[in-house]
Design a protein around this ligand. Structure first.
Ligand code: IPD
Ligand code: CA
Ligand code: CA
Length: 265
C-alpha cells in the first residue's frame, strides 16, 4: 500500500476513537508542566496508529509523542506521529484537534496527513505531488498585505516564562495584521495556511510531531516555511514561520522588531 494511504487509514481509525471519547475523558495526567496534559485517549490513539503503520511497514522507525522513539531499527524511514494534537482543547470538549502523521526518509518529508475528525477534514500531501483537503487541491492565499492578513499562533506550555519573546511577538502581530487567532492545534494551523485560510503562522518550541506533516502541506501548497530569520526549516526547528510566501519577509521584520517591545510580566 502507498505510504499516504496507510497513514490516512491510521489517522481515520485514531480519529474514530478520539471522537467517540470526546466529553468522556476519565483520566488526565500531566507531563512535566501542569499545563501539559495527556489523557488515556492520546495513548490509545498512538497505539492504534503505530499498530496500523507497523502492520504494513514493520521495519520503519517510529518517533511518536507519547512513547518517544518506540522503535529504533536504523531504518532510513521514520514515521513521526502526534496521536492527538490539541489535547487541551480535547479535554475541554472543544472540537479543534487533529491527528498528525508524517513520513521521513532521511531528512526529507515524503508524505504527511493531518486529520480533523470533528469536520472529517483529511489534509494530505506527498512530496512534489501537491497538498489536498478531501482530495481537493490546496493552494496558499494570494494576499500580499499584512494589514489584510489573518494570522495564527500558539504558545508553548511554559508560556508564563515568555520564551523567545512570544508575548511581544503576539502583541506586534496583533497590532499589524487584521487579526491573530490561537487555535490550539499546530498541525491544523499549518493545514489552514496550506488551505489559504490563514496567511501566516508562527510558533516557538514546537516538536517534530507537531511539524512534520504540516510543514509538507504548506510547502506542497506553494507556501514557505522557515525559522524567524528566513532560513529553511526542518522538523527539529524551534522557531517556525509558515506563510503564503508573500507576507513572509514582512512577518520576519515584525518578529524581529517585536524584541524591542517592553512589557512587564
Ligand atoms: C500542542 C498544540 C498547540 C501548540 C503546543 C503543542 P499537543 O500540541 O499543537 O497548538 O501551541 O505548542 O504542544 O500537546 O496538544 O499535542
Ligand atoms: Ca502536538
Ligand atoms: Ca499530542
Amino acid at each position: 500500500m502507498k505510504f499516504i494511504d496507510i497513514a490516512e487509514i491510521a489517522a481515520r481509525q485514531a480519529g474514530k476513537i478520539i471522537t467517540e471519547s470526546l466529553g468522556k475523558v476519565k483520566e488526565i495526567s500531566f507531563k512535566t508542566l501542569q499545563s501539559n496534559l495527556v489523557t488515556e485517549v492520546d495513548k490509545k490513539s498512538e497505539e492504534i496508529i503505530i499498530d496500523i503503520l507497523l502492520s504494513e511497514y514493520p521495519d520503519f522507525d517510529i518517533l511518536a509523542e507519547e512513547s518517544g522513539a518506540s522503535s529504533t531499527k536504523n531504518s532510513e524511514y521514520m514515521w513521526v506521529i502526534d496521536p492527538l494534537d490539541g489535547t487541551t482543547n480535547f479535554t475541554h470538549s472543544l472540537p479543534i484537534f487533529s491527528i498528525s502523521i508524517g513520513l521521513l526518509k532521511g531528512n526529507e518529508i515524503l508524505a504527511g496527513v493531518v486529520y480533523d475528525p470533528s469536520r472529517d477534514h483529511m489534509f494530505k500531501a506527498e512530496t512534489t505531488k501537491g497538498a489536498f483537503l478531501n482530495n481537493k487541491r490546496l493552494h496558499i492565499s494570494k494576499n500580499k498585505d499584512i494589514k489584510k492578513s489573518l494570522l495564527v499562533t500558539g504558545f508553548p506550555y511554559n508560556v508564563e516564562q515568555n520564551p523567545d519573546h512570544c508575548f511581544e511577538r503576539f502583541i506586534m502581530m496583533t497590532m499589524e495584521s487584521r487579526a491573530v487567532r490561537r487555535l490550539g492545534s499546530a498541525a491544523l494551523d499549518f493545514a489552514y495556511v496550506a488551505a489559504g485560510i490563514f496567511d501566516g503562522f508562527w510558533e516557538v518550541k514546537l516538536n517534530p510531531w507537531d511539524i512534520a506533516a504540516g510543514l509538507l502541506l504548506v510547502r506542497e501548497a506553494s507556501g514557505k516555511v522557515t525559522n524567524f530569520v528566513g532560513e529553511e526549516s526542518d522538523i527539529f526547528n524551534k522557531q517556525i514561520l509558515a506563510s503564503n510566501g508573500f507576507i513572509h519577509k514582512k512577518m520576519i521584520e515584525l518578529l524581529a522588531e517585536a524584541e524591542n517591545i517592553k512589557i512587564a510580566l
